[in-house]
Ligand binder design. Structure first.
Ligand code: PNW
Length: 457
């Protein structure tokens, strides 16, 4: 097919996360998350930016949903903030916190937009950090499951697409480190690599217990997904040897072998365990069964990839460094590798050997140096070029029969980009942070046309 047409059932969407857009951090009973505390400290985020106000989405969600409706998306991925729902991390439920998401979901549904809720997108309650060091403690997994029970029992009549945790490796391996002050909250220096691996093991347990909690209390049938950011190993050429090498490389990547393998196959990859040796986490009897829950789809957040070629070494593959001058978007890690979407989808089917498992692209997008022109427009042609190249490879996966069901652009709007603060813009809607004015960018209008025609235009 040369017209890049998608099936009628393909789900077009956009994604955000609570701490990055909501603001209103002290309202209606919310208590601090680790990101409030972390970003208030000197030297943690660029310009010492915090999410205290962000896009003020908490007060402006109706306007934002109108922009979603005008865009034409029928699916919206957002996250629920644990510290709005259970401000002390465990214990009493704050019904005012529930009410906000209840209003949000009702408004979405009134525009015929299906909510896809991520239960954890990095904003752990500070109270649990103070109590036991958040993900350093195994207790965090059970507290997460109790929070999930509170949310799903109250909102599960209207939300039927649940995502447990977003990008486990980012809020563990980028948040706890041995050799340097970590870039993400809580930003804890720990003594050993094993302790870092223990944090991601606890997060995997939270995923497993969270899945069990959702199934136990959801009042209606629902769909559960894990959202991960696997390292995408892309064959340098599509020769049979390089494809084989890219498959060989996949389980070696720590985010794959250490997160996606246990969740999807029930085992850490042997390749990773060999590499880790004594740094591997302690795994108690029964843990892998808890972690390995049946899920209805896998969400992939993919921005870039790594090129791999065949090699005569023990791993049967070689990672290739990006040459100097290789094109990247407005982030140091965001090299442009459009085929990473296609290969991410294909690796789930073939390398993880789960051809039956539906896949969503739950995040894809880029930062660009957007500016408002004199006439008040934002002409982000570089973002359109990026998205267009990437989406074409999703179409290829569809065309070849891989079970990819939907695509969520990151992000609906510019937002608090973690340690980069507001300096980096990923939105297809521009936010003027002085006035909170929303300006749909050229990429928003382009994406609207793709959705309208159900193809890459
Ligand atoms: C994701 N890296 O994070 C998150 O899910 C979003 O909240 C975030 O805004 C978005 O991607 C853009 O950064 C990532 O270093 C953070 O490769 C870091 C990396 C990748 C993704």
């Amino acid at each position: 097919m040369s017209s890049y047409q998608f099936p009628e059932t393909f789900e077009w969407g956009a994604a955000t996360a609570a701490y990055q857009i909501e603001g209103a951090v002290k309202e209606d009973g919310r208590k601090p998350s680790v990101w409030d505390t972390f970003s208030a400290k000197r030297g943690r985020t660029l310009n010492r930016d915090t999410g205290a106000i962000a896009c003020d989405h908490y007060h402006r969600y109706e306007q934002d949903i109108q922009l979603m409706a005008a865009l034409g998306i029928k699916h919206y991925r957002f996250s629920i903030s644990w510290c709005r729902i259970i401000p002390d991390g465990r214990g009493a439920v704050n019904e005012a916190g529930i009410d906000f998401y209840s209003r949000l979901v009702d408004c979405l549904r009134s525009y015929d937009i299906t909510p896809h809720a991520t239960l954890f997108h990095w904003d752990s309650p500070q109270a649990l950090e103070d109590r036991y060091g958040s993900w350093q403690s195994r207790e965090m997994a059970q507290d997460f499951a109790d929070y999930v029970t509170a949310v799903v029992s109250r909102l599960g009549d209207r939300i039927t697409n649940w995502m447990t945790l977003n990008e486990i490796s980012c809020f563990t391996h980028m948040s706890y480190d041995v050799n340097q002050t970590p870039k993400h909250a809580p930003g804890t220096r720990v003594k050993s690599k094993k302790q870092v691996w223990q944090t991601s093991h606890h997060a995997l347990l939270a995923h497993g217990l969270g899945c069990q909690a959702i199934r136990a209390v959801s009042p209606v049938p629902c769909l559960i997904s894990l959202v991960d950011n696997p390292g995408i190993t892309v064959p340098l050429t599509e020769s049979a040897d390089d494809i084989e090498a890219a498959k060989n490389a996949f389980p070696y990547h720590c985010g794959n072998g250490g997160i996606i393998y246990p969740a999807i196959t029930g085992e850490y990859s042997s390749q990773l365990l060999d590499q880790l040796g004594n740094d591997a986490p302690d795994i108690q009897v029964g843990d892998l069964d808890t972690i390995h829950q049946p899920i209805d789809s896998l969400g992939l957040n993919i921005y870039t990839g790594a090129y791999i070629r065949a090699a005569n070494n023990s791993q049967g593959c070689e990672w290739i460094d990006f040459p100097k001058g290789y094109p990247a978007m407005h982030m140091p890690w965001l090299q442009i590798v459009p085929e990473s979407l296609y290969w991410g989808i294909r690796h789930v089917s073939e390398t993880l050997d789960r051809p039956d498992l539906p896949v969503y692209i739950t995040e894809n997008g880029c930062a660009a140096q957007d500016e408002v022109t004199r006439s008040g427009e934002v002409i982000d042609s570089d973002r359109i070029l990026y998205l267009r190249q990437y989406l074409k490879t999703v179409h290829r996966a569809v065309d070849e029969g891989y079970p990819v069901r939907g695509y969520f652009v990151w992000s609906l709007m510019d937002n608090f980009e973690w340690s980069w603060g507001f300096d980096r813009r990923f939105g297809i809607i521009y936010i003027d942070y002085r006035t909170q004015k929303r300006i749909p960018k050229a990429s928003y209008h382009w994406y609207a046309e793709c959705i309208r025609q159900n193809r890459v235009v």
